[in-house]
Design a binder for this molecule. Structure first.
Ligand code: ZN
Length: 495
């Protein structure tokens, strides 16, 4: 048994090494690679993905797993869970022909470069063929698995166990029913809070402040780094090497602050996975929905609270020129202004989920064959008009704004909506145990981080999202609290 465990650990180490190398290539692709380098880098990613595929589906690996399973009662819960996750992964990928697995990895790497240029030049047509390929691949890769049910639900279930299109339909319908009238009420008030926050702050100063904010919320910059990219993201090489990006707009200094806090929330999660599972397959977030719950928790629950800014102003007003002429009330109302806008990552909490709903409906429509890729810009704009009452001037601020589809992340967007819901359930539980407002006012965010680490972060993938939620809040995912939270918060802000 000992020998088998040893061989298993060696193979897991090799697998994780390849994944870390892939992560580094991905990091390079999105932050450093010049246009001329995209092609070669995509090929490298394809090659390395094939190596990972071959290792994961190898006879040798399968045999070790079989041997371990024979003595299952002697295994600890970590290995048992790793085997469970591994078998799931193997069953999903081994039905895909290796050359197609490689081609898809290469395609999604290449597509990111194509997307970036298309967005810059506002040229959807140049991105459309590759987007179509990605959607087709997603469909095909799922069909290889021969599972029952619709393709989109299978994809959604891959991101969040137990999730499907039916459940999300119900959720979004409810959300629409509650939020759209509230939005109308707010619009009728016709208030403008955010003008005060839109002034010019140079990139260097914003960068400095972003790093300061990261430290302030508890992200360890000795074990992580903040860089820049077209679209902010977090990437983990290892819990001691967590890489974040943000982006800076000189006229909108609060944009980078919130991108930074969001990615910081992901980063804090990754950095605080327990050391004893650090080199296992469990060293990752429980699910993408739970991951987004941590980023959205830091971004909104913490970062958009009055107490958070009270704490910051108390500590750093003299140090940071960009806050110098602002009052607490101006910041609080400004960062919570409800204003239907074009860009998801800059959306307020209330309209945010409507942005997700648009992407959800489009993914569903394309995968079912109802929507054609060439019509997506038009469909996008129509939905923006219907749900948010605004229409993009061009595709760069419309259908081309997000990086996700180019990376192959179809079905990822609902994770944000789930993250919002989870984050409010988590907030309710945390409130029962610690004085969040007090901690924020004192600028002591350690207490909050410690609670999240204790209840969520340290487990990595050891607990499922459902197990986590039940153990923390006593119940499974429940959207009611989120809707209540939004109503209460915004009724107060808008009297
Ligand atoms: Zn995120």
């Amino acid at each position: 048994m000992e020998k088998n465990i040893c061989s298993f650990r060696e193979m897991i180490k090799e697998k994780r090494m390849i994944d870390s190398m892939l992560a580094l290539l991905q990091w390079d692709l999105e932050t450093q690679t010049p246009r001329g380098g995209y092609k070669l880098l995509s090929e490298m990613i394809g090659e390395l993905s094939l190596k990972s595929y071959n290792l994961t589906t190898s006879e040798k690996f399968l045999k070790i797993i079989q041997k371990l399973k024979k003595g299952e009662d002697k295994l600890d819960e970590v290995i048992k869970k790793e085997i469970e996750l591994l078998e799931e992964e193997i069953s999903k990928i081994k039905v895909i022909p290796p050359e197609e697995y490689k081609a898809y990895s290469e395609l999604t790497a290449k597509a990111q470069g194509i997307w970036e240029i298309a967005r810059e030049k506002n040229d959807f047509e140049s991105f459309a063929p590759v987007l179509e390929q990605i959607f087709n691949y997603n469909k095909k890769l799922i069909e290889y698995r021969g599972e029952k049910g619709d393709v989109y639900s299978t994809i959604l279930n891959d991101y969040e166990k137990g999730m499907d299109a039916k459940k999300l339909d119900v959720f979004f319908k409810e959300l629409k029913k509650e939020i759209v009238p509230l939005l109308k009420e707010i619009k009728e008030k016709d208030r403008n809070f955010s003008d005060k926050l839109n002034f010019k702050v140079g990139k260097i100063e914003q960068k400095k402040f972003s790093k300061e904010i990261l430290k302030y919320i508890g992200f360890d910059l000795d074990r992580g780094v903040l860089s820049e990219s077209a679209h902010p993201f977090t990437l983990t090489v290892d819990k001691n090497d967590v890489r974040l990006t943000t982006r800076y707009f000189e006229e909108l200094p609060f944009s980078s602050i919130y991108s930074t806090i969001h990615e910081g929330g992901h980063g804090i999660y990754e950095q605080n996975i327990a050391d004893d599972i650090k080199d296992t397959l469990l060293a990752d977030g429980a699910s993408m929905g739970i991951h987004e719950s941590q980023s959205r928790f830091y971004e909104n629950v913490i970062g958009r609270s009055r107490e958070f800014w009270y704490g910051i102003l108390n500590k750093s007003k003299s140090k940071y020129g960009m806050l110098e002429n602002l009052t607490l009330d101006e910041i609080y109302k400004g960062v919570n202004e409800v204003s239907p806008s074009l860009i998801r990552v800059e959306a307020d909490e209330l309209t945010y989920s409507l942005h997700i709903m648009i992407r959800y409906e489009i993914e569903k429509g394309v995968l079912s064959g109802e929507y054609l890729i060439k019509d997506l810009p038009k469909i996008w704009n129509e939905k923006m008009k219907e749900y948010l009452g605004v229409i993009p001037k061009n595709d760069s601020e419309g259908i081309l704004q997000d990086v996700h589809w180019s990376c192959g992340l179809i079905g990822y967007f609902p994770s944000y909506a789930l993250g919002n819901v989870y984050s409010i359930q988590i907030l309710r539980a945390m409130k029962k145990e610690i004085n969040i407002e007090g901690a924020l006012e004192r600028g002591e965010l350690k207490e909050i981080k410690r609670w999240l680490e204790e209840k969520i972060h340290r487990y990595g993938k050891l607990k499922t999202p459902k197990e986590l939620m039940v153990s923390i809040t006593g119940e499974e995912l429940n959207p009611d609290y989120y809707i209540e939270y939004l109503k209460e918060k915004y009724r107060k802000i808008y009297d």
